[in-house]
Design a protein around this ligand. Sequence first.
Ligand SMILES: Nc1ncnc2c1ncn2[C@@H]1O[C@H](COP(=O)(O)OP(=O)(O)OP(=O)(O)O)[C@@H](O)[C@H]1O
Length: 264
Amino acid sequence: MAINVSEVSSMIGQRVAVSLRDVSKQYTGGTWALQGVNMTVREGEFISLLGPSGCGKSTVLRTVAGLQTATAGSVEILGSSVNAIKERPGEIAFVFQEPTLMPWRSVLANVGLPLELMGVPRVERRERSLQMLEMVGLQSVANKLPRQLSGGMKMRVSIARALVSKPKLLMLDEPFAALDEITRQRLHEELLKLWERFGMTVLFVTHNVFEAVYLSSRVIVMQSNPGRIRTELKVSAAYPRKRDMLSDSEFSSTIAQAIKLLEE
Ligand SMILES: Nc1ncnc2c1ncn2[C@@H]1O[C@H](COP(=O)(O)OP(=O)(O)OP(=O)(O)O)[C@@H](O)[C@H]1O
């Protein structure tokens, strides 16, 4: 389905999906991974967090996901506290760099896991899991085990599992960093299609400038010691995006700006 930029801007709502206010995080040992982070993400945005290793990108994501708590400040997701969101399984989903599939479960059973945890009946679970596998082009391997799949296929299964509950917020922490360039590019296209189809808010962590600018409607650039937000770059290029658009002047100037910010 082709959509243009005005349709994408209408996908981006006025409601706030994620809000961080003066968030700081100090780990045991003393490192201030984050200091005074303020960030507002609206529903339907595709946001990348970009920055050098150690600037706190994963810490932001893990704090929003409730996998760890902030030392100071407040975090709100979809109008609720992190703890309240945890009580509503399926509303947020996380994709890690390692696909973290259960090795003894079939691909289908791995995808259906979030629905199982939500108490969705078996028949509906199967149907929805198969639909998701079809969307990522993997219906034919539904009965295989994870070890029988390539790295790219495992990541697709992981994305299918994250999306099977139709989450409103999808967080991905360097999901494609371990994949080869061709597979990574294919998965960029697939992720964008899924975003256009489901309209969920996406928070995507990467230290790859091209990936951040190509995928996102907004790139939040972070810096380290202590981890904080340096600035943000809006990417107003139309969706659906095409690889060859990266040489367009708009993309190239945003990419050049981002590279300069990271080098300073
Ligand atoms: N569990 C932890 N205990 C102590 N220090 C930690 C812990 N996790 C992260 N840190 C430190 O906090 C800082 C921010 O880490 P974080 O992983 O959030 O950065 P990042 O930008 O995601 O880095 P990368 O791109 O390398 O994954 C780093 O200095 C890191 O060493």
